[in-house]
Design a protein around this ligand. Structure first.
Ligand code: GLN
Length: 187
């Protein structure tokens, strides 16, 4: 299995490091040809408006949508914003991979960043989640499953084959989210 990590801006290196730690081979994705041999794609956190501009520049949006029609995508923070169907900001290129509506920076500004222990629903697993200018999910489509909540709000979700987290699972030593994603592909 090879996982692509969209590497045009933001925290892609930490995702590559975590994949290495769990012995999953990975490839940086900048050009659409690099998606070809991937079994899944991670869209990292960063700045969703900047990633949006670069998606247009590298002509990647359509290729990612096509890829996602068959293969799983995990988005974290800005990645979740890009995967949403609406983020109430016209500078964002919404890929519409998960039927959620989000508010950018809904969990506060940079200085209000925080770390939180979350329980993964229907499991005994707890994860450490880092929220940095994190998006808040305002509305969920009817087929979206909530896998973790914070203050009763959904912060880790799944729809069909795709996963998205409002927080940064790549900034801790915890590999749970990456394992959930890659095990769903291996299954
Ligand atoms: N607030 C950022 C955005 O809207 C996301 C922050 C992050 O990815 N840490 O793009």
């Amino acid at each position: 299995m090879k996982i692509g990590v969209l590497s045009i801006q933001g925290g892609f290196q930490k995702h590559l490091d975590i994949l290495k730690k769990i012995n999953i081979s990975s490839v940086k994705v900048i050009y659409k040809e690099q998606l070809r041999n991937c079994s899944g794609l991670i869209i990292p956190g960063g700045e969703s408006t900047t990633i949006s501009k670069l998606l247009v520049k590298y002509n990647l949006s359509e290729s990612i949508k096509e890829f996602a029609s068959e293969k799983p995508v995990l988005g974290t923070c800005a990645g979740l914003i890009l995967m949403s169907k609406n983020s109430n900001d016209k500078r964002v290129e919404n890929l519409n991979l998960i039927s959620i509506e989000v508010q950018r920076n809904g969990w506060g500004r940079q200085v209000e960043s925080f770390s939180q222990t979350l329980k993964i629903e229907n499991t005994e697993k707890n994860i450490e989640a880092v929220f940095i200018r994190a998006p808040k999910i305002l509305r969920l489509g009817e087929n979206v499953n909530v896998l973790a909540r914070f203050e009763n709000e959904p912060v880790f979700i799944k729809e069909g084959i795709h996963y998205a987290a409002c927080f940064h699972p790549e900034l801790t030593n915890d590999t749970t989210i990456h394992k959930i994603f890659t095990e769903s592909i291996a299954a």
